[in-house]
Design a protein around this ligand. Structure first.
Ligand SMILES: C[S@@+](CC[C@H](N)C(=O)[O-])C[C@H]1O[C@@H](n2cnc3c(N)ncnc32)[C@H](O)[C@@H]1O
Length: 195
């Protein structure tokens, strides 16, 4: 399978560290793939004393969305193997649609790692519907994706790279938030809400 789609180990460790830093209890992930990043998040929640199973919202602590039933099924198997199935719920479908049904839930971390064309829509939906808690954090992946990717398979089109640049510019100028881009891997952007 396309291993390059998953977070690298050190990025997973960093994201797990952020779970503890913001005291996260509920996480929304957009883009599950085979579940690597969700497993890092689940272990971090466990380390920080968060219990598995459904809470008062009726959902497990991590809700992760993927458009592919095949990836969802693979990730569910991986969650069982990793012993974190009580922590992670996979919802299948276009995240642009599913997210509309989650607007009454608040999250401490929203990790956005799916179709780059929709980053702006995910951002606006989450901010405008108060889906992030006061000390909540967005993590956007691949925000500094290079125009030319040195792999056999072309990962991203020039158009998408330009769109990501426009997204970066938009959030950088948005007075509602504070933004820091980490020049790690293909770019990780952290966004904190200003209240
Ligand atoms: C980079 S991978 C996610 C990797 C995962 N977060 C990790 O690090 O282990 C992106 C995933 O987003 C999914 N995806 C793409 N467009 C989507 C959409 N509109 N809605 C939901 N999922 C989507 C793809 O099927 C793919 O599995």
């Amino acid at each position: 399978m396309m291993a390059y789609m998953s977070v690298e180990d050190y990025q997973g460790i960093l994201q797990g560290f952020l779970v503890g830093l913001v005291g996260a209890k509920r996480i929304l992930e957009i883009g599950t793939f085979t579940g690597t990043s969700a497993i890092f998040f689940a272990h971090a929640l466990k380390r920080n004393g968060v219990k598995g199973g459904a809470d008062e919202t009726g959902h497990k602590p991590i809700i992760t969305l993927d458009i592919s039933e095949e990836f969802a099924e693979t990730s569910r198997q991986n969650f069982i193997e990793a012993g974190v199935e009580d922590y992670i719920e996979v919802l299948v479908g276009d995240a642009n649609e599913i997210i509309k049904s989650l607007t009454d839930i608040t999250f401490d971390i929203a990790f956005v790692d799916a179709d780059k064309i929709s980053y702006r829509n995910y951002y606006e939906t989450i901010v405008n519907n108060d889906m992030l808690n006061k000390n909540g954090l967005f993590i956007f992946d691949n925000t500094a994706f290079p125009l030319d990717v040195p792999t056999d398979e072309r990962l991203i089109s020039t158009k998408t790279a330009i769109m990501l640049h426009e997204f970066n510019e938009y959030i950088r100028k948005d007075p509602r938030v504070e933004v820091v881009m980490l020049p790690l891997y293909t770019g990780i952007t952290l966004v904190r809400l200003l209240h």
